[in-house]
Design a protein around this ligand. Structure first.
Ligand code: V47
Length: 363
């Protein structure tokens, strides 16, 4: 308690926490206290409502030039299990999602050298034409930077054309960990953290909202975690375009990091709750929605996360593939009733939202 007394004072006075505060929190083992502080801040900023969305993930391809060492999902062209969906196949998946009541499609894939920019644009325009009220949260900042590179267009032009085709917002994937040295070790061929932030800044300047993520529990240090969250906070101060922060729990199975012996086990439950709580505390006043992502932490811990600073449980997530390829044990789909049950049992009010955080229904 003593070690965190200055932090408690800052929180009570609604002052921003700084890098040193973040490190102290990360190093502390006083999880109940950190959780209580985060819960206090969550109550003040987000109240007792817990958001969720009825959504479906569509992964259009797993053939990827990036070959990240934490990823068990990608395949090389011609390798067993490699696939690329045709636009008709994507439409079929969207039809199924629409029949199941989805209001958001989360569309991400890979850096597939065979797919031209026009494929990405047509996916959105066809979906938008057929399902005009469906939110299309599509393509990470990494995919957007790749599209700019292969098409010769600027990031701004890529985003403008995609917006015109029906893009609602960008998912937060590809953030991984911004620290340059660590990033080089876990995803050497991916764009830098600074480039990721630049793409997000351009999206926000065009009125395209986005989410932000951080992959934790691999080889990163506490300092990398605090640095990552504070870089996001700095950009948010400038643009206000991030809608939610989602800490992503690393799953090591079938990944290069595990095969090389660099990571043996993924994060523990203690780490999962600590990261949610520290994110809430560091982002207080900047990003108001913190997700506890049941697909990665499991439904039981996701529910507990609602008492450690989170106010959003993501969604029904039909067809999640990336975590499952790396040993994720959560189901691939969570019926809406079950999400509502989890939220209510945590003593909170379930609120169904759109992709862009408009309220659809309170339960
Ligand atoms: O960018 C890859 C991560 C991300 C592994 O914006 C892994 O609302 C754990 O970004 N273990 C994709 N994680 C998922 C993502 C996401 C999910 C839910 C909601 C939103 C949102 C975004 O998954 C990748 C990468 O960081 N990832 N491999 C792994 N082995």
């Amino acid at each position: 308690m003593e070690e965190l007394s200055q932090i408690i004072e800052k929180i009570q006075a609604s002052k921003d926490l700084d890098f040193e505060d973040g490190l102290l929190l990360m190093e502390s083992k006083n999880l109940p206290l950190i959780g209580a502080l985060a819960d206090y801040v969550r109550q003040k900023t987000a109240g007792d409502e817990v958001m969720f969305v009825t959504n479906c993930h569509i992964n259009y391809s797993n053939i990827c030039a990036s070959k990240c060492r934490f990823c068990a999902y990608f395949r090389e062209e011609g390798q067993k299990g490699a696939f690329t969906l045709t636009i008709d196949e994507i439409m079929e998946k969207a039809e199924n999602a629409s029949r199941m009541g989805a209001t958001e499609l989360h569309i991400v894939g890979s850096l597939n050298p065979k797919l031209p920019f026009e494929y990405y644009e047509e996916v959105l325009s066809k979906l938008h034409e057929k399902y005009p009220s469906m939110s299309l949260k599509a393509y990470t900042a990494v995919e957007i930077a790749y599209l700019a590179r292969i098409s010769g267009m600027s990031v701004k032009d890529v985003l403008s054309r995609l917006k015109k085709a029906g893009l609602t917002g960008l998912p937060g994937g590809g953030g991984e960990i911004f620290n340059e040295e660590t990033r080089k070790k876990v995803c050497p061929d991916k764009i830098s953290g600074e480039r990721w932030l630049e793409v997000m800044e351009t999206a926000h300047s065009l009125g395209i909202k986005s989410n932000a993520t951080m992959l934790y529990g691999h080889i990163e240090t506490h300092s990398d975690i605090v640095d990552h969250i504070l870089r996001l906070r700095k950009l948010q101060e400038k643009t206000g375009g991030f809608q939610a922060f989602i800490p992503l729990k690393f799953h090591p199975d079938n990944t290069e990091l595990q095969k090389n012996g660099l990571v043996r086990y993924g994060p523990t439950g203690f780490d999962d709750l600590k990261i949610i709580a520290v994110s809430r505390l560091l982002l207080n006043g900047y990003i108001n929605n913190i997700k506890t992502y049941w697909v990665m932490v499991g439904e039981k811990l996701a529910q507990v996360g609602l008492h450690y600073g989170a106010n959003d449980i993501d969604g029904t997530v039909m067809e999640e593939r990336i975590t499952h390829a790396a040993g994720g044990a959560a189901p691939e789909y969570m019926p809406k009733d079950r999400l509502i049950h989890l939220i209510r049992n945590a003593g909170r009010i379930p609120v169904e939202r759109t992709s862009n955080y408009k309220i659809i229904k309170k339960y």
